[in-house]
Design a protein around this ligand. Structure first.
Ligand code: FAD
Length: 460
């Protein structure tokens, strides 16, 4: 591909082997199934479809290269937890199916691990759970409150338990610990190695992947790119944050940015001081929380939200103007993990994720047109994309399964307000949440101003 330096897009993309793009689609082709988007959703869908219908001609179209989107840039947390509001799902499908969905994403973490092993994908997948550390009393109150609510409704992850500061300390030694929550249902992994490994696994099954193939329109039975067309009985869309560019889709997502940085590999002495084992993912409980992993090559890769929403081009690539956000992340890193000392930051990057108005993912399938779509994971898309892809494959092949009956299947969010209201709302949200975090850090008291945002915030 010309003009885009793929390796500079993340630590992960910088670390994978050959990134020479696969040939683009040129001319008119026919297939049984065409999938738009070469991220986790598109590739899991392709893989499941290839397993169900080994004879089917399956084509995946990717604008840049596989893993160019959030799949090749994320935090590398393969964690359970619903990518949406349990209450909203329950309102439409009832609590029984909603709770079944919560159990489904737990088991999906292990399913992903099973496929990685079976396909021999070297994706550094180690399941060590997640530790949420509350670093102030307000965070601790929030953590206990949300856990109690999750237990009450039944969506709490099995085996999740609250920990005192003394119980947290041996797992990771960060200076300020008010308490924590541990859940076993999360694995650390290398995003780019996984997404590119899935593409290879698809190709071994006969899936045809065209990179450098930007889809310009989608309609029943026909997908157009700038250089060709694919006619196919079944058309599936997996374009997440870029969905709004395809006018015909009807979905409305807020493209929200998440930013990351990574240190150089840290010496064993630092890890001994930190006490942080491989496989354990760590985050805090601020409103604009950080999330971190210990990489297989012993770096800390840490990310967070809070980058400003860009009215003119919310999907623009990241650069110099994002330096203040990376600087804040670096301050967070050094404050919470002072053991890293003056270790160099070797990589800085960002990615865009799709947020529906109600922060709840969906899978849609229309048997009349044989068109389907999945997305809107609001930043929790690793396991969700697996579940969505498996569900789409089941729906498109007419199989009833826990995945085709999951609570997000058929869910539709209302649309975001038009610009500039969406911009104003997104900017105000970041400002208020950031201000609330600063207030809580400085005073140790809960910032109540966040309550006014409840109708537009993600489910806690
Ligand atoms: C910085 C960051 C950190 C994150 N951390 C985590 C995490 O730790 N755990 C977690 O669960 N989730 C995380 N997420 C979210 C997660 O990465 C996404 O939800 C997930 O990758 C979604 O997968 P996807 O395949 O649906 O979308 P994407 O991975 O974004 O893939 C969409 C693909 O479609 C392609 N495309 C778009 N439009 C077109 C078109 N018109 N024609 C052809 N191709 C097109 C894009 O180029 C892209 O490759 C994070 C996201 C970011 C940005």
């Amino acid at each position: 591909m010309t003009g885009v330096d793929i390796r500079s897009r993340s630590l992960w993309l910088d670390q994978v082997g050959d990134l020479t793009p696969r040939p683009p689609l040129v001319g008119d082709a026919t297939a049984d199934i065409v999938i738009v988007g070469g991220g986790f959703t598109g590739l899991w869908t392709a893989l499941h479809l290839a397993d169900r219908r080994p004879d089917a001609r399956i084509v995946v179209l990717e604008r840049h290269v596989v893993g160019f989107g959030a799949a090749g840039r994320n935090g590398g947390w393969c964690g359970a937890g619903l990518a949406g509001s349990p209450a909203r799902y329950a309102k439409r499908v009832g609590w029984g199916r909603t709770l079944a969905g919560a159990r489904l994403v737990e088991s999906a973490v292990d399913e992903i691990g099973r496929v990685i092993a079976a396909e021999d994908i070297a994706a550094d997948f180690v399941k060590g759970g997640t530790l949420v550390v509350a670093t102030t009393e307000p965070q601790w109150a929030r953590l206990q409150g949300s856990h109690a609510a999750a237990v009450k409704s039944g969506v709490a992850e099995s085996g999740a338990k609250l920990l005192s500061a003394d119980e947290v300390r041996p797992m990771v030694r960060t200076p300020d610990i008010a308490g924590g929550l541990y859940t076993p249902h999360c694995a650390r992994f290398h995003p780019a190695k996984l997404v590119r490994g899935l593409a290879d696994a698809g190709e071994r099954r006969g899936v045809v992947i065209h990179e450098q193939s930007s889809v310009t329109s989608i309609e029943p039975g026909l997908v157009r790119t700038s250089q060709g067309t694919v006619r196919a009985d079944t058309v599936l869309r997996a374009t997440e944050a870029w969905t709004g560019q395809l006018r015909s889709t009807g979905a409305s997502y807020l493209p929200l940015t998440s930013m990351m940085i990574a240190t150089e590999p840290l010496p064993t002495s630092v890890w001994d001081e930190l006490g942080w084992p491989h496989g354990l993912t760590v985050r805090d409980r601020r409103h604009l929380f950080f999330y971190a992993q210990r990489t297989a090559d012993d770096r800390i890769a840490i990310g967070g939200r809070g980058a400003p929403y860009r009215l003119k081009d919310p999907l623009a690539e990241f650069g110099d103007r994002d330096r203040p956000v990376w600087q804040r992340l670096e301050e967070t890193l050094r404050a919470h993990f002072p053991q890293v000392g003056d270790a160099a930051i070797t990589h800085r990057w960002g990615g865009v994720l799709a947020v529906p108005r109600d922060w709840s993912m969906s899978v849609t399938w229309d048997p009349a047109t044989r068109m389907g779509a999945a997305g809107g994971y609001s930043g929790h898309g690793v396991v969700a994309a697996y579940a969505a892809g498996r569900g789409l494959a089941d729906l498109a092949t007419g199989q009833r399964s826990p995945y085709s009956l999951a609570p997000w299947v058929g869910h539709r969010s209302r649309r975001w307000e038009p610009e500039p209201l969406r911009y104003l709302a997104a900017t105000a949200i970041v400002r208020i949440l950031n201000g609330a975090d600063r207030h809580e850090d400085a005073t140790g008291r809960t910032a109540n101003r966040v309550r006014v945002l409840a109708p537009v915030l993600p489910p806690s």
